[in-house]
Design a protein around this ligand. Structure first.
Ligand SMILES: Cc1ncc(COP(=O)(O)O)c(C=O)c1O
Length: 329
């Protein structure tokens, strides 16, 4: 990947003439089955452009699961950049909602005629619940409900390749059910930076305009696109290894952290650990793990560990040893 970056042919992406960026965009469109794609620095920017493309006006609403990235981490960005407010739906432990919840959330405001729903935003895999996979049939059902109401659908597919590796559903099949989608080459796929917003060709000039508007015209970005191309080529095929390592980590943690993990809940590359049974807070656990050389973060009050291209079997052993130490201390 470093070699590909060093050798990358570059131009100026503001003018749309960076050949490596253009190749990555073409490849992303092909893989997702969309007409066009736009390479941007972050998943947040890709989501924000996606939301804004469909958003018709300040004071309108986007329907999304309450813990989804757009409705939590991006809630202020959405308000500031586009005047978006959310109508949240409370998902289950896997971050999934029922079709009844979606139908209710999309219900037109017949009494007051004030609440306008412009968009349904979905997330697959669902990050905050632990990297859980959305069933294709559910996405189809949401899509039908949205279409019946004249509402478009945007997919935050930051980790859609993990969803695909776990479910066996082709990425393009998920993408066929939504108007726009984004995925990150920077997460499980292993590139250092970058995300792609994918959708219909007629939306791309406006998407490009918004990207430039928010300072995303990143000049000779081909150096990064080259990494994205390698990630897209080599990444998807090895995600199952990450999933197997996450599962192993969870299975072994059962004997280390009392009532800490349910291995069956590990569907992709994330392991969430409840530390209450070990008599410590998540914050304390993360600090103590860091002190023994194990990196972890906190999500929803639990310790969050993620396997990826740079995590080997030995690293899983190191993590398990770290947990043994902090629980024993
Ligand atoms: C589901 C989801 N969407 C979007 C993002 C945003 O990606 P980025 O960190 O590249 O802005 C993240 C980041 O973790 C995420 O988990």
């Amino acid at each position: 990947m470093r070699r590909a970056m060093a050798d990358a042919e570059v131009g100026d992406d503001w003018y749309g003439d960076d050949p490596t960026v253009n190749r990555l965009q073409k490849r992303a469109a092909d893989v997702t089955g969309k007409e066009a794609a736009l390479f941007v620095p972050t998943g947040t920017m890709a989501n924000q452009i996606g939301l804004r493309l469909h958003f018709r006006g300040t004071g309108h609403l986007v329907v999304a699961e309450a813990d989804s990235h757009v409705a939590t981490t991006e809630v202020m960005t959405s308000a500031v950049l586009a005047g978006i407010a959310f109508r949240p739906m409370r998902g289950d432990a896997r971050g999934q909602v029922t079709t009844d919840q979606v139908a209710e959330a999309l219900e037109p405001d017949e009494y007051y005629d004030v609440e306008m729903i412009d968009l349904l935003a979905v997330e697959n895999t669902h990050g905050a619940s632990g990297g859980n996979v959305m069933a294709l049939e559910d996405l189809r059902a949401y899509r039908k409900l949205a279409r019946d109401r004249g509402v478009r659908v945007h997919l935050d597919g930051a980790r859609i390749f993990n969803a695909s590796a776990a479910s066996g559903v082709d990425v393009a099949d998920y993408c066929a059910e939504v108007d726009t989608m984004m995925f990150c080459v920077s997460k499980g796929l292993g590139a250092p930076i970058g995300s792609l917003l994918c959708g219909p060709a007629d939306l791309m000039p406006e998407a490009r305009r918004i990207k430039i508007l928010v300072g995303g015209a990143w000049r000779q970005a081909g150096v990064l696109a080259a990494a994205g191309l390698v990630a897209l080529e080599e990444g998807p095929g090895r995600l199952r290894e990450d999933h197997a390592r996450a599962r192993r980590l969870a299975e072994e943690l059962v004997a280390i952290v009392p009532a800490g993990v349910d291995p069956a809940s590990v569907e992709t590359n994330m392991v969430f650990v409840d530390t209450a049974g070990a008599g410590m807070s998540a914050l304390e656990a993360v600090r103590r793990l860091a002190a023994v050389g194990v990196g972890a973060t906190i999500s929803g009050g639990r310790v969050r560990m993620v396997t990826h291209v740079d995590i080997s079997d030995d690293d899983v052993e190191t993590a398990l040893e770290g947990w043994r130490q902090i629980v024993a201390d």
